[in-house]
Design a protein around this ligand. Structure first.
Ligand SMILES: Nc1nc2c(ncn2[C@@H]2O[C@H](COP(=O)(O)OP(=O)(O)OP(=O)(O)O)[C@@H](O)[C@H]2O)c(=O)[nH]1
Ligand SMILES: [Mg+2]
Length: 219
C-alpha cells in the first residue's frame, strides 16, 4: 500500500521445554498443529508479515516479525543467551498444566533482560484447551505482572485461541515502546496498551537491565 510504513523486528519465544513455543509459532505462521513432541535443537527463525494498526496514530503499518524459536532445555543456557542478541521483545511461554514452568519464568526473563536490556515481553499461558488440568490461577500471575510491567494471555496452539492476538499485541508493544521514547514516555499510552502494559513498576535492579541496547531498524 503506498505510503505504508514498514517495520522489521526480532522477537524470541522463551520458556521451559515442551511448553509449546514451536507449536505457537507453527500455529501463527502455518496455521497448523501437531500433537507429536519434537524437541527443538538449536534454534529456528521464521518470519511472518502482518498489517497492524499503529497504536498511536491508528494508521495501518506493515510489520515483519523475525520469530526466533529457542530450545527450552535448561542445560543449554549459554546457547540460549547468545540467541537473544538484537531481540526487540519476547513472548514468554508457560504451560498452564505445569506450575513449575511458571516458577521458571523469572529466570527466563532475567536472562533476556541481562542480555538485551528491558524489552517488552508478553506472557502466554499456553495449552488452555486442557481446562481440566489447569494448574495456574490468575492470582498466581500477579507477581510477574507487577514486576515486569506486562500482562498475560491464555493461549492454545492446539485450538488457535489468542495466538494471532499474542503476536499482534507483541508487535503493537514494540511500536508503542519506540514511539513513546523520550519526553512522552509513560504518558502517551493508548487505552488498549495501558490494559496490556499493567501497573507502572520498575524492574528490580538486580536484573542489570539497561534501557535499550537494541538495534531497531525501522525502514
Ligand atoms: N493440548 C495442547 N498441547 C500443546 C499445545 N501446545 C503445544 N502442545 C504440545 O506440547 C508438546 C510440546 O510442544 P512444543 O511446541 O514442541 O514445545 P517447545 O516449547 O517448543 O519445546 P522445546 O523445543 O523442547 O523447548 C507437543 O506434544 C505439542 O503438541 C496446546 O496449546 N495444547
Ligand atoms: Mg520447540
Amino acid at each position: 500500500m503506498p505510503g505504508m510504513k514498514y517495520f522489521r523486528r526480532k522477537i524470541c519465544l522463551l520458556g521451559d521445554a515442551a511448553v509449546g513455543k514451536t507449536s505457537l509459532i507453527r500455529r501463527y505462521v502455518e496455521d497448523k498443529f501437531d500433537d507429536k513432541y519434537v524437541v527443538t535443537l538449536g534454534t529456528k527463525v521464521t518470519m511472518r508479515e502482518q498489517v497492524i494498526q499503529d497504536p498511536n496514530s491508528n494508521q495501518p503499518m506493515n510489520m515483519t516479525l523475525m520469530i526466533w524459536d529457542i530450545l527450552g532445555q535448561r542445560e543449554y543456557k549459554r546457547l540460549q543467551t547468545s540467541f537473544y542478541r538484537g531481540a526487540n521483545g519476547a513472548l514468554v511461554v508457560v504451560d498452564i498444566t505445569r506450575k513449575e514452568t511458571l516458577d521458571s519464568l523469572h529466570g527466563w526473563i532475567l536472562s533476556l533482560f541481562n542480555s538485551v536490556g528491558k524489552v517488552p515481553i508478553l506472557i502466554l499461558l499456553n495449552k488452555n484447551d486442557l481446562t481440566e488440568q489447569t494448574a495456574i490461577k490468575s492470582e498466581d500471575m500477579d507477581d510477574a505482572i507487577k514486576k515486569y510491567e506486562t500482562s498475560y494471555l491464555l493461549t492454545s496452539a492446539k485450538t488457535g485461541e489468542n495466538v494471532d492476538l499474542a503476536f499482534k499485541k507483541m508487535s503493537e508493544m514494540l511500536l508503542f515502546r519506540e514511539q513513546s521514547k523520550g519526553s512522552q514516555e509513560g504518558n502517551s499510552k493508548s487505552d488498549e496498551m495501558k490494559q496490556f502494559a499493567g501497573p507502572e513498576t520498575k524492574i528490580p535492579s538486580e536484573t542489570g537491565a539497561t534501557s535499550d541496547k537494541n538495534d531497531n531498524d525501522s525502514a
